[in-house]
Design a protein around this ligand. Sequence first.
Ligand SMILES: [Zn+2]
Length: 312
Amino acid sequence: MEKLVLAIDLGGTKTKVGLVTLSGRVSHRTYLSTRSYAHSKAALIVALVESCNKLLQDYNVSKNSICGIGIGLPGPIDYAKGVVNFLPNIPHWERVPLKEIIQKKLKVPTFIDNDVNLITLAEWKYGAGKGAKNILGMTLGTGVGGGLVVDGNIYRGASFSAGEIGHMPINESGPVCNCGGSACLESYVGNNAILKQARRIFKKPDITLEQLSAMAGREKDRRAIKLWQEVGKKIGIALAGAINLLNPERIIIGGGVANAGIFLFAAIRKTVSLRAMPTQRAAVKIVPAKLGDDAGLIGAMLLVKEGLKLKG
Ligand SMILES: [Zn+2]
């Protein structure tokens, strides 16, 4: 029987649980509402385990065909120890030995890592980063996440927290950031910062990012276009620094805001062309992510392959 990985992509709002083949196909998936269990760490862990068991039962998949469990989480993870350091958007998750807990409950080898590391790994292997050696992945949302793949491996750094492009300061001083720093890229281009500006400009307290994208794209509203261009410029400045530092071949941008359309990407590319050093700039392509919603699950499968030293 074909070997499968049980993959979990734990998000602040929604958690995806799926079965992924070793060639990167998500064969079955289910969802659970993270928010419904966020009041208690124990309740969320029980819900994760139950979702895994239910997925196997519902599709009649024997546990013998599961070679590992891979979990992506939105926060800094001690990859080597399998410990969640903390999750900025889910309370009560501090120093949680999740690898050991899940392994004990489900009796399958388990590996955990930061979600954007896994998304970047998946895009490198099967998506917009295919064929490149060195890539930087970035996700735009409430948080602005980042991941690095260097020579085909996740670059994790000394305490496994490398790649945090969202927390690159882009000014000497500026808004206080969720991370405790200030003037971080995220504090300018995270969803909340964009919405705050949009509410002020359009005097609409309930404006959404989708509306803001449509206003720029379909309606060619000058103020909406300008707002997206400003967002793109800020992202471009942070990326110019990252490009000079790392000399990546490709930068892959995903997440809801990445769908804001041509104005955003055009402004990012223009800023990079003005601000990055010529040799590094000439080598890099800035492209939208390709794998969409499944990237985290596919990356979790690749994490298991890496952990078990499976080839291919
Ligand atoms: Zn920050």
